[in-house]
Design a binder for this molecule. Structure first.
Ligand code: CMC
Length: 393
């Protein structure tokens, strides 16, 4: 079998060196380029976090203005892209549409195949941060049968995104700064998370020298699963199914039952064995959004809070160190903002795009970079001779 380390799920294998994100799972600490996520979420905005992840330092005032300008001027997608959308069934899941449409961007940007050119790498990076939100908003509009809304470059990143999603023809779109700030914060919280499954997918795809737009499409495909980015959709669906606080014990019992595949969605994490720091900020953001919208009693929030309270005092969850993760509260916020559950993972993809790109760039620029090629422990048949079809039993 050779001298390989067998590590299914890569629970103890470092696949790369990285200077982007640090996580201390036992302490519940998340740092981007050394800065705590709490400080970035409280004081900064999403494009500043993008700059930080891509360039390694917080921007000066003029660097920030220049970066914001470059991103907001790249938000348009080629008009031909709109025809890709009509090729999808109108009830297609928006994540399926995103996998296809972001992959299709690789056909529009052939110049990005020259990944040895640092300028081209940065142009591709800016294009993706700017255009993937536009595609995400188009996926939403297509999903609900409304006409696409063009980006507005005079709006900030989050406000423009909400505008592309929620503006309707014949009506003035009035941005709400509190909701835009919440959207921006949700993007910050999801921007990067070191070598998670989708980021590792992007790195692996990119390690062959593939077109970066195609690599990001691979990341989106991986993110879709319920054990990863799909958890925000699954968590809200679960809270809805539970419905009322009195039914929580039944679901807790199911989550603990080894013979039942049910898991508490939005709970547990491969790295965090403590409260996910993003979940705390998300809980606060949820409250701000509900207050702004005048929603006094959200039954889903009641169920979530009580579920968390019970789970955190239950021996099973304590012993296995299962805490709420970022996706436990994000769904309630996104629902209050007006998004259907099918869009939740798409919003995660919009935010994670920068993390994927920063990691892709770091990999391409790493002098030790090699094509990713794991080995295996072969457990199949030993060598045998071919038998003609007439003679097979
Ligand atoms: N509910 C009930 N039991 C759980 C849960 C849960 N949510 N998560 C883990 N466990 C149990 C699991 O059954 C196992 O028990 P045992 O050791 O007796 O077999 C133990 O805890 C360890 O679980 P694991 O599956 O071996 O751990 P992992 O590191 O492979 O999985 C996870 C991590 C996030 C996939 C898992 O906790 C899970 O499925 N959570 C629910 C889905 C979810 O919320 N995902 C979002 C993750 S954060 C955002 C993102 O990355 O996209």
């Amino acid at each position: 079998t050779g001298a390989f380390t067998y590590d299914p799920g890569f629970t103890s294998t470092a696949s790369c060196e990285s200077q982007i994100t640090y996580i201390d799972g036992d302490e519940g600490i998340l740092l981007h380029r050394g800065y705590p996520i709490e400080q970035l979420a409280e004081h900064g905005d999403f494009l500043e976090a993008c700059y930080l992840l891509l360039y390694g330092d917080l921007p000066t005032k003029s660097q920030k203005a220049d970066f914001d300008f470059r991103v907001t001027r790249h938000t348009m997608v080629h008009e031909q892209m709109s025809r890709f959308f009509t090729g999808f069934r109108r009830d297609a899941h928006p994540m399926a549409v995103m996998v296809g449409c972001v992959g299709a961007l690789s056909a529009f940007y052939h110049d990005s195949t020259d990944i040895s050119d640092p300028h081209q790498r940065m142009v591709a990076s800016i294009r993706m941060i700017a255009k993937i939100p536009t595609l995400a908003a188009m996926a939403y509009k297509y999903h609900i049968g409304q006409p696409f809304v063009y980006p507005r470059n005079n709006l900030d990143f989050a406000t423009n995104f909400l505008h592309m999603c929620f503006a309707v023809p014949c009506e003035e779109y009035v941005p709400n700064p509190v909701l835009a700030r919440a959207m921006d914060r949700i993007f910050i919280l999801h921007a990067d998370h070191e070598q998670n499954a989708s980021t590792s997918t992007v790195r692996l795809a990119g390690s062959s020298g593939a077109n970066p737009f195609a690599c990001i499409a691979a990341g989106i495909a991986c993110l879709w699963g319920p054990a990863h980015g799909g958890a925000n959709e699954a968590a809200l669906t679960m809270l809805g199914e539970i419905g009322t606080v009195d039914r929580i014990p039944e679901y807790i019992a199911r989550a603990k039952d080894k013979n039942d595949p049910f898991r508490l969605m939005g709970f547990g994490h491969r790295v965090y064995k403590n409260y996910d720091p993003r979940a705390k900020i998300m809980q606060q953001t949820t409250r701000e959004v509900l207050a702004e919208l005048g929603i006094k009693d959200d039954p889903l929030l009641d169920v979530a809070m009580e579920l968390e309270r019970i789970a955190l005092t239950d021996e099973y969850f304590i012993e296995k160190k299962l805490y709420p993760n970022v996706d436990f509260y994000s769904g309630i916020t996104l629902k209050a903002l007006g998004f259907p559950t099918t869009m939740f993972t798409v919003l995660f993809a919009v935010a994670r795009t920068v993390g994927w790109i920063a990691q892709w760039k770091e990999m391409i620029e790493d002098p030790h970079q090699k094509i990713g090629r794991p080995r295996q422990l072969y457990t199949g048949a030993t060598q045998r001779d071919y038998v003609n079809v007439e003679d097979r039993k």
